[in-house]
Design a protein around this ligand. Sequence first.
Ligand code: NAD
Length: 263
Amino acid sequence: MTATDTTAVCRRLVGRTAVVTGAGSGIGLAAARRLASEGAHVVCADIDDTSGKAAAEETGGRYVRADVTDADQVEALFARAHETYGSVDIAFNNAGISPPDDDSILETGLDAWKRVQEVNLTSVYLCCKAALPYMRAQGKGSIINTASFVAVMGAATSQISYTASKGGVLAMSRELGVQFAREGIRVNALCPGPVNTPLLKELFAKDPERAQRRLVHVPAGRFAEAEEIAAAVAFLASDDASFVNAAEFLVDGGIAGAYVTPL
Ligand SMILES: NC(=O)c1ccc[n+]([C@@H]2O[C@H](COP(=O)([O-])OP(=O)(O)OC[C@H]3O[C@@H](n4cnc5c(N)ncnc54)[C@H](O)[C@@H]3O)[C@@H](O)[C@H]2O)c1
């Protein structure tokens, strides 16, 4: 059975409200679909109105335009979710970027460094800060922050600000998971390996050698599909993960465990 097949039988999130950032594409879109299929009301946030609206329409949820680097827009996003559906049960803080001008530290300028930190790390701080008051009032909630396998291992093919931002997401998630555990709130860092999404395709289309250099390190011999990451999001969001907290939740096809890979 594949991750997609299980959507027909899993209904773990009936009546819960999930906010998904970056819901218009890739992992966010696959997660919005999966969370909705398990019964959640999904609030789809993005800065791309076309894809964000399409995601909301497809999942029967709401679209809220929100730039995750803007504190007011992030607060309004979670307020809107609460007003519309009466709770904020799941926050999938997932929007992120991986621009080509974030490269080796020798090449990466301060502007690129700051932009990536804002979109990938400051955004997670803002989203957690906005979601937590609702979850504390409810006495329950699940926050899932998208980090990456690069938060736990280094690459010679560097994207220095991206890697540092994901390390920050992992450390912040761990600490929040510890701080709020006794209030019924779980906070986990989802650490995907490379996934076949527009973000990765765009990066690797420009540099096939870079793609090949990475692929060789994946024991599974392929990149993940977004639906496989979405299945982990649904698990972490659900009560099946009731004792999974402050975790570095790797969904990486075995990369982080590999010394050498099969021929
Ligand atoms: N694709 C991979 O291989 C991979 C691996 C590990 C982690 N990740 C992480 O997963 C997350 C999703 O990546 P993806 O591959 O699905 O990317 P993607 O580019 O397919 O989708 C990202 C979405 O985020 C939106 N977005 C960008 N900036 C935003 C902002 N400021 N405010 C609101 N929305 C914004 C985009 O419009 C887009 O819809 C990112 O955090 C990424 O770093 C991806």
